[in-house]
Design a protein around this ligand. Sequence first.
Ligand code: GLN
Ligand code: ZN
Length: 732
Amino acid sequence: MTIGTTVLGYPRIGPDRELKRALERYWAGKIDSTALLAAGRELRQRTWLELRDAGLDSIPSNTFSHYDHVLDTAELFGVLPTRPGLSPLDTYFAAARGVQDAPAWEMTKWFDTNYHYLVPELGPDTEFSLAGTKPLDEYREARTLGIETRPVLVGPVTFLLLSKGTGGFRPLDLLDTLLPRYADLLAKLHDAGVEWVQLDEPAFAADRTEAELNALIRAYHWLGKATARPKLLVAGYFGGLGRGLGVLARAPIDALAVDLVTDESFVDSVAAEPALRDKEVVAGVVDGRNVWRTDPRRALSRAATLFGVAKSVGVTTSCSLLHVPYDVSREDLDPRLKDRLAFARQKVDEVVLLGRALRGESVDLEAVTDRRTASSASVLPEEVSRPPYARRAAAQQAALRLPPLPTTTIGSFPQTAEVRRARAAHRAGTLDDAAYEAAMRAEVARVVRLQEDLGLDVLVHGEPERNDMVQYFAEHLAGFATTAHGWVQSYGSRCVRPPILHGDVARPAPMTVSWARYAQSLTGKPVKGMLTGPVTMLAWSFVRDDRPLAETARQVALAIRAEVHDLEAAGIRIVQVDEPALRELLPLRASEHSAYFEWAVSAFRLATSGISDATQIHTHLCYSEFGEVLAAIDALDADVTSIEAARSRLEVLTDLGGFGRGVGPGVYDIHSPRVPSAAEVAAALRAAVGAVPASRVWVNPDCGLKTRGYAEVEPALRNLVAAAREVRAELG
Ligand code: GLN
Ligand code: ZN
């Protein structure tokens, strides 16, 4: 059988975030592993039944994960750190979340998406073994429902390229020892009756060296030549495959899935590839990452270009549907907008329909209505640069009078059950505006008092009124819509509900000023205003695909600029504009980097300029490796940059030294429940003042504290302040 119609993957957190809830209950000791496993099984079965009933020809399995599919792969091949005394499940979670005596694995962006994977640590002594049975178990589980599935695996080359070598070691050097284990797995799957296996190699949507292309050649010649194996579908996504296309076309595999959405011109390369003659090409023509309905005529004509090029042509999504919400039919949205949207469930229907049309069946292809709204307002050129840093720094020091190594946090404080309840009740209409406002103010007051008690130098209001750093602003800006159930997994149990940016963006009224002003009225210490930057607003929203991102970014930047000015006018002397997603939107191909930096940096500067020299601009970045964007971070020209560093063991410090402005390398990993000791934080600070002049070092956690509990946060911040005082004293 051919693949025909399929999707490359499906959301797995549950339509109502059932998996998130089960995981959190399990971690809190409220349910046992049996209950957690049952919750997962239930979700997998629902997905398979749904995909079968929708009429897909080929249904994926092993797309479920209890935390992350890269972590699953590491477990499958026996390279998780062993933890004596822990069950296999808890050993898995220990690598994901850390345990008191051992930090978690590093977590980073999955290509240019807002999903984060755990980075396996491999060294010259790593020995792979086929330690797990997950793909086999899930295949069998689906079979008991009478559903034949296609197990999906991270491909061997991408797995190694995403891993981190300890001590300068190159994980790719392990390819020859990893391939036999993949072959063992394929043989087992074959014995169990599996017809097709999908191997994902998205790493080839980015620029790759000769050595890396050679690894791809070796891997698939080797795996393809096995006699007892299922048919192999290799999937490349998040862009065109570049030279990987020729390699895979010549490899002894059976089918290739290509992304024909991200880079529209890639279809020409595929059509010109003679070596695809003996393969099925599965055309990824339904956008797996955005929420707009597919234009069926354009999609069909793209897929039909491949007739005659390939042995047969299938239809699929451009990538896994992991990156979109479940079902738009549950949303209560303006019908004119809703009509133009497709979430995972609707995209499956689109694939099925396109597949039938491609086979020549007559189907009713409803034209997609034009989604252009009013043309974008032309914006006047505005001032985008501030006076030299030295001048600003002097004015800021005179205004703020901060001690050396000033301590602060990244913005949010733990969102307690009461805070969440109040927000939910307000949304449901059972708590009126005045009562809600009073509850949030009480929380702000509590958080300000706590920070004063802890002895922090720059305070925050704690963000209790924000469900999410992007959603909150989207709800206050024109041009955005927000959903009720549109959850997408960000990492592990953490989900986000990306807003939908569908029209021109504008700020009808101030969004944060009253909260910041209130917090500042309670303390003599400076309170930082807290905003989300234009790049992150775009990165964590579904964006229009009918306008250049640069233009939309400028609209968002102007709205934020107005907010910065209003905060300043309200007496706020420090404003932080978070850009945690700066790295995430970086195009995978180097040839597109400079155009991206150009618009991203100028949007940030547009948002943060035109203010007094004495007003201090902070920015914050997290979740990624920053090497490739350091020059852009520097170009943001923020007075202080706080950056995630604890989990990547402060490796970023060596690069930050060159910035010439304030830097706050995170000294407390807030993605893990463990509390760092004062000695540990002091050691990190000593490393920081060794790499960066002490006068420019700030002391802060890695990221916002909202997902943590006060039981961890209070002692951790106490240790952080104590460590800052200790190292301050050493500086003399
Ligand atoms: N100010 C935000 C917070 O503290 C920043 C979050 C982030 O960087 N992801 O929650
Ligand atoms: Zn952060």
